[in-house]
Design a protein around this ligand. Structure first.
Ligand code: T5A
Length: 219
């Protein structure tokens, strides 16, 4: 036993929300606006991000993004490392919080693997689906917001942050086109769970749409 709660099929009491989209689409901005709104309603949402969010997950994040030792990672190793970070985050942080009744908001979750490693890295969908299922167990998002933004606008916004690109951010334009289309195709297949939002709109407008979605059946 490692002291962490065992995975069971017991229904979660908390709401599990995930945000997805390509680099610079505005996920973090919206997560923080939503968290503020929830706090003003007296809630105490838990915010997590992927990869990372646990001590071991943060080491994996560094390896995947910036460590020189990660430069030669294969697509297969990359997939398994994202899954390992997620498996730990689910059992160590997300699941206990949901069972305790907290709302959990995750900046990326398994849809990122479906799209980045599956569609963009071309790993067969049955492989990413199986590994995703193994990593998350019974912990599935109740609702996912996909923020869709064209690449040119995203690059302009990220340039404004004046930061060093990480290993994945240095990928080709074709890779990021595949990511964007992969997300939109996934949303078209999972219309019940995934809500697509236009990331080119002003942040407050997007935030209002998110709150409206939530108050129409989730809060
Ligand atoms: N990955 C991850 C995989 O390949 N597989 C996986 O399974 C997982 C989990 C993670 C990387 O890992 C990959 C995908 C990624 O390459 P990360 O460093 O965690 O990367 O960063 P990202 O998730 O890509 O997020 P970013 O921090 O780059 O962007 P955000 O959070 O989407 O954008 P945000 O909110 O920081 O906004 C960017 C800028 O735009 C402005 C903000 O002020 C900010 O300056 N902005 C707006 N401006 C105008 N209008 C709006 N509506 C705006 N919204 C935000």
């Amino acid at each position: 036993m490692n002291g962490l709660p065992m995975e069971t099929s017991t229904a979660s009491k908390g709401l599990f929300l995930t945000f997805e989209g390509s680099e610079g689409c505005g996920k973090s901005t919206q997560i923080h606006l939503l968290a503020e709104a929830l706090r003003s309603l007296g809630q105490d949402p838990l915010l997590v991000r992927e990869p990372g969010g646990t001590p071991s997950g943060e080491v994996i994040r560094h390896l995947l993004q910036h460590a020189p030792e990660g430069a030669a990672l294969t697509a297969e190793s990359e997939l398994l490392l994202f899954a390992a970070s997620r498996a730990q985050l689910v059992r160590e942080v997300i699941r206990p919080a949901l069972l305790a009744g907290r709302t959990v908001i995750s900046d990326r979750f398994f849809d990122s693997t479906t799209v980045y490693q599956g569609v963009a890295r071309k790993i067969p969908p049955e492989v990413t689906a199986r590994i995703n299922a193994f990593a998350v167990g019974v912990c599935l998002p109740d609702l996912t917001f996909l923020i869709d933004l064209d690449r040119a606008t995203a690059i302009e916004r990220m340039g404004g942050r004046n930061r060093d690109p990480d290993r994945i951010e240095r990928e080709s334009e074709a890779f990021f086109e595949a990511v964007r289309h992969g997300y939109l195709e996934l949303a078209a297949r999972e219309t019940q769970r995934i809500r697509v939002l236009d990331g080119a709109r002003p942040p407050e407008e997007i935030a209002a749409l998110i709150r409206a979605h939530l108050t129409s059946g989730y809060l």
